[in-house]
Design a protein around this ligand. Structure first.
Ligand code: FE
Ligand code: CA
Length: 514
C-alpha cells in the first residue's frame, strides 16, 4: 500500500485488528516493542527521480516487530524540515520485510528535498534527494556510475567519496550483492551460506547495507538501478541457473527479486509478482538527456554453447566452434524489451544514455582474423553479437542524438568506441562507451586487460587493477567522464582520485582523451 496523502487517522482505521491487538495487550506490546531496539539500521534511500515525484525508501528493523507497522514519512524543502512539501503514513508489512516505498507526487521539478521516517518512537537519518528538471528545461547532470560491491573483497572508500561529491544521481549497474559464501582472505569476512532462500537473500542485503559508507551515499542523492546476475546467481539466464532450471530456478529468482525490491528504492508498482519484476524504464533529465535502463538477465536467451556444468560460469566461446553464437534469433534483452528500447531513443533531447550491465564493445581475448574468429565472454554482449548489431544499427538508422552506453560487470575500467563493424578498423564510430570498474570486487590481472587492448583497437583505455567508479559531468555541448580510483581498497577511508579523463563532444561520436 502506498498513499502519499493518507492521514494518520485513516491509517489507524485500516490497521483494524492489529490496532485492536495493541489495545488488548498494552503491557506486553510496550515491553516487546522496546524503544531502545534500533529501527532504522539499514538507513534511507531514494530513487527514480521524475519532474514531479521521487521514490523514498527505508526498512523498519527489529525481531519484535508486529505484522503491520505504521511509518510516518516527511519530505521537506529544507534540511530543518520547517517547510513540508509532502507527508503521510505508510503501513509496512512483515511479508515485505517491513520495507517502506513511498512516492510523493506533485513536487517541484529540478530541486532538492530532504526526507525522513518515524516509527515506534524513533526517527530515521535524514536523506537528501531531488526531482528531475522539467522536461523542457535546460539542464546539466552530475552522476556517479558504479557497480559490483562484493562486501568481503574490499571496503567502500569509493562510496564514501561519492557521498561527498555534488552528484545529482547515482547510476548503479548491477551486482549490488554477491550470493556467494565469503572468501577467507578478503578485506573482511562474513559467515553467511550461499544465498538461495528469501531469508538468506534478506540477510545478504542487511550485511551489505550495514556499511556506513553505503548508507551515506544512498542518503546523499537519488539512485537509478539495474540488477545483473549476482543479485540472484552467477551467470544466470532467465530461468537457467548453475544447478537449477525451470520452475525450481524461478523459485530462487522470486526470492532474490523480492529481497532486491525490499531493500532498494523501487516503487510499489514495481513490487515483484512471483519471479517477475519489471526494472527496465526510462527517465528524462530536462532537455539535456534521456536515460534508458535495461534488464539483461530476466529475458535473455541462454548463453551460447554453455557447459552443462555451469559452476565456474559460462566462460568463453569461439565462433568457429560455436555456430549458435551467431544465431540472429538470440537476444540479450528479449524481443519485447529490444522493441521497447528501439522505440525509446529520443530525437528531441541532446543525449541518449543507455544504462545497462556489461561491456558492449567487442572484447576478444585473442587476435581476431575475420568475423568467425576471436574468443569471447559468452555472458556479455559478445555472447549475443546479432542483438548487439541490431541495437547499434538502430542508433545509425534513427540518427539517435549522441548515444552513450554506460556499463559495468567486468571489474575493469574500459573506455571504448562502439563500431558499426568491429572487424573493420575504419568502420564508423556509432556510439561512445564508458564501463566502470567495481566499487570493491576483485578485478582481472592487468596483463589480461593489456592483451584485450592489443587485440581490440576500439578499446581506448582499460584498467583491471583499479577499484572505483566513473564520474560523469554532462552538459549540452559535452560529456566528461573520469575514471576514479581507490588508492587502498582495504582501507575504508582510502583516498580516491581521478585518473583517466575523456570527453565526448556533442555531434561527434567517440570518446576523446582529455
Ligand atoms: Fe560483479
Ligand atoms: Ca555481473
Amino acid at each position: 500500500m502506498t498513499d502519499a496523502a493518507m492521514p494518520l487517522a485513516i491509517g489507524r482505521r485500516r490497521l483494524g485488528l492489529a490496532a485492536a491487538g495493541l489495545l488488548a495487550a498494552p503491557a506486553f506490546i510496550r515491553h516487546a516493542l522496546a524503544a531502545d531496539v534500533p529501527r532504522f539500521t539499514l538507513g534511507v534511500a531514494s530513487g527514480q527521480p521524475r519532474p514531479h515525484s521521487v521514490v523514498l525508501w527505508t526498512r523498519v528493523t527489529g525481531l519484535d516487530l508486529p505484522e503491520r507497522c505504521e511509518v510516518r514519512w516527511e519530505l521537506a524543502e529544507d534540511e530543518g524540515f520547517s517547510r513540508l512539501a509532502s507527508a503521510g503514513v505508510f503501513e509496512a508489512e512483515a511479508a515485505w520485510a517491513h520495507s517502506v516505498h513511498v512516492e510523493p507526487r506533485g513536487l517541484d521539478p529540478g530541486r532538492w528535498y530532504w526526507y525522513r521516517f518515524q516509527a515506534l518512537g524513533q526517527r530515521s537519518a535524514v536523506g537528501r534527494t531531488r526531482t528531475a528538471p522539467a522536461p523542457d528545461a535546460p539542464a546539466s547532470l552530475r552522476a556517479a556510475l558504479a557497480c559490483c560491491q562484493r562486501w568481503e573483497h574490499g571496503h567502500y572508500a569509493a562510496w564514501r567519496h561519492i557521498a561527498g561529491q555534488p552528484n545529482d544521481l547515482v547510476l548503479f549497474v548491477g551486482d549490488y550483492i554477491y550470493e556467494y559464501p565469503s572468501i577467507r582472505t578478503g578485506a573482511r569476512t562474513h559467515d553467511l551460506h550461499a544465498a538461495r532462500s528469501l531469508g538468506q537473500y534478506r540477510n545478504r542485503y542487511e550485511l551489505y547495507k550495514s556499511d556506513p559508507a553505503l548508507q551515506a551515499v544512498h542518503a546523499a542523492a537519488p539512485w537509478l538501478l539495474v540488477w545483473d546476475d549476482h543479485e540472484v546467481e552467477n551467470d544466470y539466464a532467465a530461468d537457467q541457473g548453475v544447478h537449477l532450471s525451470g520452475a525450481a530456478m524461478r523459485a530462487v529468482r522470486a526470492a532474490a527479486y523480492q529481497a532486491y525490491w525490499e531493500h532498494l528504492p523501487f516503487s510499489m508498482a514495481q513490487r515483484p509478482q512471483g519471479a517477475d519484476m519489471r526494472i527496465y524504464d526510462r527517465f528524462d533529465w530536462g532537455r539535456l538527456a534521456r536515460l534508458q535502463l535495461v534488464d539483461d538477465r530476466q529475458y535473455r536467451d541462454p548463453q551460447a554453447c554453455a557447459p552443462a556444468f555451469r559452476a565456474a560460469g559460462v566462460g568463453r566461446v569461439s565462433p568457429e566452434r560455436c555456430a549458435e553464437l551467431a544465431d540472429p534469433k538470440r537476444s540479450l534483452l528479449g524481443a519485447t524489451q529490444e522493441r521497447w528500447l528501439a522505440e525509446g531513443w529520443d530525437s528531441a533531447r541532446g543525449w541518449n544514455l543507455l544504462v545497462q550491465q556489461t561491456l558492449m564493445a567487442r572484447n576478444s581475448s585473442k587476435a581476431v582474423e575475420g568475423a568467425d574468429s576471436g574468443r569471447y565472454a559468452a555472458d556479455n554482449w559478445d555472447g549475443y553479437p546479432a542483438a548487439r548489431g541490431r541495437l547499434l544499427h538502430t542508433l545509425v538508422q534513427r540518427r539517435v542524438p549522441n548515444p552513450v552506453v554506460l556499463g559495468g560487470d567486468v571489474h575493469a575500467h574500459y573506455v571504448a568506441e562502439l563500431k558499426a563493424d568491429f572487424d573493420d578498423e575504419r568502420s564508423a564510430v556509432v556510439a561512445s562507451e564508458f564501463c566502470t570498474s567495481s566499487i570493491s570486487s576483485n578485478g582481472p590481472p592487468q596483463f589480461m586487460v593489456n592483451t584485450a587492448l592489443k587485440h581490440n583497437p576500439h578499446l581506448l583505455h582499460g584498467r583491471g587493477d583499479q577499484r572505483g567508479y566513473i564520474a560523469l559531468e554532462l552538459q549540452a555541448e559535452q560529456l566528461r567522464a573520469t575514471t576514479m580510483v581507490v588508492a587502498r581498497p582495504v582501507d575504508p577511508f582510502s583516498a580516491v582520485t581521478g585518473d583517466a579523463s575523456f570527453v565526448v563532444e556533442s555531434g561527434r561520436a567517440g570518446p576523446q582523451r582529455d
